[in-house]
Design a protein around this ligand. Structure first.
Ligand code: SF4
Length: 378
C-alpha cells in the first residue's frame, strides 16, 4: 500500500543571496532553477494549499509538515511566507474539520534574519532552521555571497537573534566537511544552542564521488560521525537532538525512520516549485539534470497522482527496491541503502548501494556497539 505524502517542501524563491561553492542547486548538473519564476504568486499559494488539504483529507492525515525552501526563502521577505502557511492552514482546517495539524518551518542561510522577521515568523508559528557548515568562521569559508564575501558575520548575527526566540528555533543543518575537526564542529555549533542538529553527508554518488574520499581512510565520513556520536552520547546531559543518531538508534530498536538518510521507510516528502511543478526531493538534482521531474503540477494534478510516479513508487517499496548487495546486507533494516540520491551511478541508475556504504556501515556498527556496551554496563 502506498504511503501518503506528509512533508510538503514548498519553494518560495528560486534564487539565493549566497553562492556557496559546493551548492548542488546552483552549481550542480540540474540548472532548472534558471527557468523558474523567482517567487510564488498568491494564486499558486492558494492552489497548492488546496492540493495539500485535498491530500490530507483523502488520507485522513493528522499531521502535515510544510517546509518553506528556496534558494533563500527570506529573499521574499517574511510576508509571503506567512501568507503561504496561513493559506495551507486555512485550507487544511476547512477540508479536515480541524482534524489535521499543520507544522511549518523555513530553512534559511540565516543572513536575512532580523529581530522583526524572527518575531513575525514566531508569531505565525513558523519555525526557523539555519544552514551552517560549523560554528566557526573558518568552517564556513565556502559560504560566500556573489561577490565572494563571507556570509558568516550576517549568519551569526541572525543566529544570535534566533537564540532569543527559542519558540521559533528549529535547529541547525550542517553538511559535513571531513577536513574540519568533528569535535570542534560539533562543540562550536552547540554554542548556538540549537534544539536539533542535522548532520548531513554531502550529496554525492558513484559518478560524482564525495569530497575527501581519496584519503587513506576507508570510511572518513563514518569515522567523523562516530567521533561526534561519542561526544554526544557520553555527555552528562542531553544537549541537542541529532537527527541522524536518533534515527539510527530508533531503527536499531525496531522503530521506523525519521529521516530519508537511513532506514527503509517510504518517502513522504514532495516538492512544489515556484511555477507549481510537483517534483521529487531536491537531492536528486545531484544525479542528473531533470532527475526530480515528475511531469505533474498542482494546477492539473493531485498529489495522489505523484504517488504513482515510478520514481516515487520505487521509494515506497522498502527493501524490495534496493540493490541485491543491500538486500543481502546484515544492516539493511537500519541503513536502508542510505539516501536514495547517493546510490546513483551513470548506467545503472539508483540500483546500487550508497556511495557512502563503508561510512554507513562504520557508523551503524559503532552506534550498535556503544548501545550494547551501555546495556551490558547498566
Ligand atoms: S548501503 Fe551498504 S551498509 Fe547500507 S544496506 Fe547497502 S550494503 Fe548495507
Amino acid at each position: 500500500m502506498t504511503a501518503p505524502f506528509q512533508q510538503f517542501v514548498l519553494k518560495v524563491h528560486s534564487r539565493c543571496n549566497l553562492a556557496c561553492t559546493y551548492c548542488y542547486v546552483y552549481e550542480g548538473p540540474d540548472q532548472s532553477w534558471r527557468d523558474r519564476p523567482r517567487t510564488v504568486s498568491d494564486a499558486l499559494m492558494d492552489r497548492t494549499a488546496d492540493r495539500i488539504a485535498e491530500h490530507a483529507a483523502a488520507h485522513g492525515l493528522r499531521d502535515v509538515y510544510v517546509n518553506l525552501h528556496g534558494g533563500e526563502p527570506l529573499l521574499t521577505g517574511d510576508g509571503p511566507l506567512i501568507r503561504y502557511v496561513a493559506a495551507v492552514r486555512r485550507a487544511v482546517a476547512g477540508r479536515t474539520g480541524g482534524a489535521c495539524r499543520v507544522y511549518a518551518s523555513v530553512q534559511t542561510n540565516g543572513t536575512l534574519l532580523t529581530d522583526a522577521v524572527v518575531a513575525r515568523l514566531a508569531e505565525a508559528d513558523i519555525k526557523i532552521g539555519v544552514s551552517l557548515d560549523g560554528g566557526l568562521a573558518r568552517h564556513n569559508h565556502r559560504r560566500v555571497d556573489h561577490a565572494g564575501r563571507p556570509a558568516w558575520p550576517a549568519a551569526t548575527r541572525g543566529l544570535r537573534i534566533l537564540r532569543q526566540h527559542p519558540e521559533a528555533y528549529a535547529g541547525i543543518l550542517c553538511t559535513i566537511d571531513t577536513a574540519a575537526d568533528p569535535i570542534e564542529v560539533y562543540e562550536s555549533l552547540l554554542e548556538f544552542e540549537p534544539p536539533s542538529l542535522d548532520l548531513l553527508l554531502p550529496h554525492a554518488n558513484w559518478s560524482s564521488p564525495p569530497p575527501g574520499t581519496d584519503t587513506a581512510h576507508e570510511a572518513p565520513y563514518g569515522e567523523w560521525l562516530a567521533a561526534v556520536f561519542d561526544r554526544w552520547f557520553d555527555a552528562a546531559e542531553a544537549r541537542t537532538m541529532i537527527r541522524l543518531f536518533a534515527a539510527i538508534i530508533g531503527l536499531l530498536l525496531g522503530r521506523s525512520s525519521i529521516t530519508e538518510a537511513v532506514g527503509t521507510s517510504p518517502v513522504v516528502a514532495v516538492v512544489v516549485d515556484t511555477d507549481g511543478t510537483i517534483e521529487q526531493v531536491d537531492s536528486l538534482k545531484t544525479a542528473y539534470a531533470g532527475a526530480p521531474v515528475t511531469g505533474l503540477d498542482i494546477f492539473r494534478h493531485a498529489f495522489d497522482q505523484a504517488l504513482h510516479h515510478p520514481g516515487i513508487a520505487a521509494r515506497q517499496l522498502g527493501v524490495a527496491a534496493l540493490s541485491r548487495t543491500c538486500q543481502e546486507c546484515a544492516l539493511v533494516d537500519v541503513c536502508g541503502g542510505g539516501n536514495y540520491a547517493h546510490r546513483f551511478q551513470d548506467g545503472t541508475g539508483f540500483l546500487n548501494p550508497s556511495v557512502y556504504c563503508p561510512d554507513l556501515e562504520h557508523l551503524i556498527r559503532h552506534i550498535a556497539g556503544r548501545l550494547s556496551s551501555a546495556v551490558a554496563d547498566a
